[in-house]
Design a protein around this ligand. Sequence first.
Ligand code: CP
Length: 363
Amino acid sequence: MSTPASQVVHLADPERARGRIGNCPNPESVLQYGPQLRMDVLDRLRTSSILSAAQFDKDLLCELSKLAAYLQLRKYPASKALEDKIMAAAFFEPSTRTRLSFESAMLSVGGNTISVADAKTTGVAKGESLRDIGQMFNSYADIVVVRHTEQSAVAEMTEYLRIPLINGGNGSDEHPTQALADWYALLKWRPEIAFGSIPEKFRINIGIIGTPGNMRTVKSFLTLALLFPENINHITIFSEMADPLGDEMRKLCDASPIGINFSRDLQGSLEYLDVIYMNAIAFLGDGYRFFDEEFQLNAQSKLKHDTVILHPLARGSELSVDLDTTVHNLYFNQADGAVWMRQALLLAIFDRVRNTIPDNLLI
Ligand code: CP
């Protein structure tokens, strides 16, 4: 029997916790291993574009998670940190979470936003090139977040850009800030994955439902999972495809000491999985479709009592709403934490961490 959500909400600020459902781990947990932020690590993001999850190593993910935790706990006022900055959110493909959470993040730290929510309202509808649109963003904004259906769009736009670009999802390639949000949720839930050492028999087993070779969220999540070989036991990819990894991800997985397995038997593997990462669609060759029943989860699924489920959302029938009020639901916390993680990222890119966090917490 799963734990009702009312027993697992323990966010520090009761105002923020009100009305939340699912597993809401306390952000304090990522600060317990050392409260100070390493500026030598965070400074690596100054003026940087964020194109791929491969830009992040363990140190950078840990320091960003700690900064996100300080922001989420509202320990120090950040509401004016980026008041002189403008963020352009240029979304040429539909989005609920990424665009709105970036805008929410920017507004929360005092910044300003301009937005493209629909490609048809831009010069793209008249045949304007992404390079020319990128050129315009140099004049109108200090940073741009781009979402596009085409993998090549990010590279095309950066050709004339002189401001940082954040990849908000480019075709089937990458969604790096989604992976940061995924891992922020996981590190709040089990901070020892990154900050500590888990005894061998308790090391984490992760199940990924999907194809890292051609699903951007799955690819970026797996890329960051490979940063924790000490505390992850196995990663099992559940897919109907013969080669779900593809060349690029296979090379990364082959170089990792983490055991990578492949299976089609999700239901028979549930008793071994501590974390399940799922997505809405299955890619099969050149096409895609919604996952079959064998890859669907609901409150009757034989999950371990403390398994957590991540899903970048939007969901389909693969993730039943009857899981929402259980301890397995980390997916709402994942979406919620994205706002704080994206604030942390923006502060680091604009070098405003020192203006926000007290000196005694910076090293
Ligand atoms: N997680 C995610 O990318 O959601 P959106 O498509 O709504 O931005």
